[in-house]
Structure formats: structure tokens, C-alpha cells
Ligand binder design. Sequence first.
Ligand SMILES: NC(=O)C1=CN([C@@H]2O[C@H](COP(=O)(O)OP(=O)(O)OC[C@H]3O[C@@H](n4cnc5c(N)ncnc54)[C@H](O)[C@@H]3O)[C@@H](O)[C@H]2O)C=CC1
Length: 352
Amino acid sequence: MATRKAVVLGAQSLLRSSSTSSPSIRNLHASSESKKIVGVFYKANEYASMNPNFVGCAEGALGIRDWLESQGHQYIVTDDKDSPNSELEKHIPDLHVLISTPFHPAYVTAERIKKAKNLQLLLTAGIGSDHIDLKAAAAAGLTVAEVTGSNVVSVAEDELMRILILVRNFVPGYKQVITGDWNVAAIAHRAYDLEGKTVGTVGAGRIGRLLLQRLKPFNCNLLYHDRVKMDSDLESQTGAKYEEDLDAMLPKCDIIVINMPLTEKTAGMFNKEKIAKLKKGVLIVNNARGAIMDTQAVADACSSGHIAGYSGDVWFPQPAPKDHPWRYMPNQAMTPHISGTTIDAQVCFSFI
Ligand SMILES: NC(=O)C1=CN([C@@H]2O[C@H](COP(=O)(O)OP(=O)(O)OC[C@H]3O[C@@H](n4cnc5c(N)ncnc54)[C@H](O)[C@@H]3O)[C@@H](O)[C@H]2O)C=CC1
């Protein structure tokens, strides 16, 4: 039976490694021959040259072009990834390695895996490989690797920012500045302190733990739900309490933060029933994946006021219908950050 090999290594160490693989795994290290490596990243255009360390874009090519080429490998980089005539599609039949990021994901379907006869390694330059059909990759004996820990501090800081933005009712205040309004009451009637609030993270892995550490000085009541309990040292360092039963934790929280991967088990987990268990007026921050939420249920709960603020990702198919509920949200700031066959939209609602 084919086994999926979960590897957590950077691109350079993977390509350098000479370890042997089980016979059922397509052997990445079988020979020192030149590999065809395709990287799929978003285009940065005029922003590419503004920071020499900005390597996550197509122009920056992860900063590994010189090294790969000096090792005799061919390195093709593109942002064109989805259509049947895309640049990526052209290289699928003979590429050996595909590198992509969750921000501009190259969707690796069972169909693409079948076509990719030489494919050995699917590398996510980031965290979360839900853009890959993992079952099909496992069945084909492919290595799927991520760069675990790569941007966890950024996400934890971003989550802390989003929590404060929602609690302090920042977005409507910002809009007043832009429109030249001055109505203190419109902001103040629902601006709160974070101190004393109960914050629960669903998932307390690398990001969840960093968030808990960052929340500690705010004197909140910290709760966490995960499949695994943290070690007692970390629990006492953060003061976070373990909630084995998610349904028991949800009604206690003023703020819920989602920090678990998108898997078969977590997809659509926050549906109407789960959301009904949340406190009325709850704030939600979801920096994980939009598809963990049932978009319609989130939109309905935002409209009814059950959810008082939501910041992070939601998911909907493309093209998004014109009358999709997120369009009805007052005071929303929206930045779609993933295009292609799906849109994972960053939405910041702050209203009622
Ligand atoms: N917005 C962004 O820029 C980024 C988002 N992410 C997302 O955040 C997720 C978490 O990242 P890390 O903390 O680095 O991962 P991690 O693997 O360190 O932690 C994930 C935690 O979720 C828990 N978990 C998994 N399934 C669960 C379930 N069904 N119920 C409860 N807990 C469950 C695991 O036990 C683990 O403790 C990633 O999978 C990715 O989707 C990651 C990096 C950047």
C-alpha cells in the first residue's frame, strides 16, 4: 500500500537529501539527474523591486533560482496556473517538482497527478496543503512537504491585530476618518476592552500557541480546544485552559480564533449548528482556511447579529454570485487574496 510521506523540510534540504524512500514512493533521490522544477507564485509587478527580500512572488522566485540552476536543475516560474491552457498545465506532463504557496495555490487535482508522470515532490512554500488532493498524492506515492513554522509569527501577530480591530470597533472608525465624519457615539457604543474577555482558540498548534502567548499580557481568560493537550509547562506559561469538548467551549467565548488545518474533518465545521452554540455577539477571527466555515451560516449569523464581527477568510465558489450574502455586509473591508477555482476572501466585518 502506498504511504504518504509527511516531510517537513525546506526546498533546498529536500533536494539535497540522499535518503532512501520506500519502493512505493516515487524516488525523488534516485539519481542526480537534472530536475524540472516549476514554481507557482503570484506576480508582484511594480512591488517586486521595492524590497530585495520579497521573494515569495513570481519575480523573487523564492530566492532559490541561482542555487537550483547551479545544481543543474531547470527552474520555471509562473503565476498562470488554472486554465487548461495555463503555463502550469503545459509543464504538468514532465515536471519533477511543483512548488506553490497557499496565497496563490496551484491546485493539484487527481487529474493533474495522473498526468504528471514524472512528478515526485509537491512542495508548499508555506503551511497548509489543502490545495492538493492528498489522497491522490498518497496513492501515487508522492511526497507532499510544507515549510512548517515558516510564517507562524506573522499569523499570530495578524490575529492579535484582527482581535483588537474587532473589539475596538476600528473599521467603522477608520471609515469615518476617510469620509470626514466625526460621530463618536457611532463607534463608542460598541467598542470594548480586550481585558477580561474570554478568548478561545480552536487549534493550538504552532500558531495557536503563539497567539496565546501574545494574548497573556492582555489579561484575558484564555481557553483552547485541540485534539492534543499542550504540555503543562506551556499551559502554565500562557494560563490557557484546555477544553476537550469543543461544544462546551464555544458558549463560553467572547472571541473565537480558528487555528486548525482544513481537512476532511474540519471542512464546514462551523455550520449553522456550531454557530448557534456561540455566545450572541461573538467575534470570530479565522486566519486558517475559509472552507472551515459555512459561508452562508456565517453571513446569516452576521446579519442577525449573532456574530458581531468576523475577520478572516470565508470561502465561496468562483464566480461569486452577485447577490452573495457577503455583499450585504455593512462596514466591510474585503480583499480577495486567492483567485482561481476558488476564492478565499479576507473579510473584515465590524457592525451592529
Ligand atoms: N493565513 C495565513 O497566512 C496562514 C494560515 N495558516 C493556516 O493555519 C493552520 C494552522 O497552522 P499551524 O498552527 O502552523 O499548524 P499546526 O499543525 O502547528 O497546528 C494545527 C493544530 O490543529 C490541531 N487540529 C487539527 N485538526 C483538528 C481538529 N479536527 N480539531 C481540533 N484541533 C485540530 C492539531 O492538533 C494542531 O495542534 C494551517 O493548517 C493553515 O491552514 C498557516 C500559516 C499561514
